[in-house]
Design a protein around this ligand. Sequence first.
Ligand SMILES: [Zn+2]
Length: 106
Amino acid sequence: MTGYRCSQCGRVSLEKPDRCRCGSQALEAIELGGRGKVYTCTTLHAAAEPFEKDLPFQIAIVELDEGPRVTVRIEGNQTSAERQALPVLAADLAGKAVPLIVDGEW
Ligand SMILES: [Zn+2]
């Protein structure tokens, strides 16, 4: 997973912006570590095509250690006990399956 770090203020973005919020255009591509905390999660029972056929499914917002938050779809429907036992989220990020390692309960 690639991110972009501002050389001026250190802010990390997932998408490469034309310039950072601080105004700097000095952005370097960095490899994100794939670790973070689950900010929130929920189970969807309604969705538009083409996701309707997969209902219900879980999504989460994970705050990566580098700062950016990513919305991910969690593969399989995990119970709360499984969530607490598994630090690894099998997640789908923009159509690409990525493992995310999360700290703490969620
Ligand atoms: Zn900046």
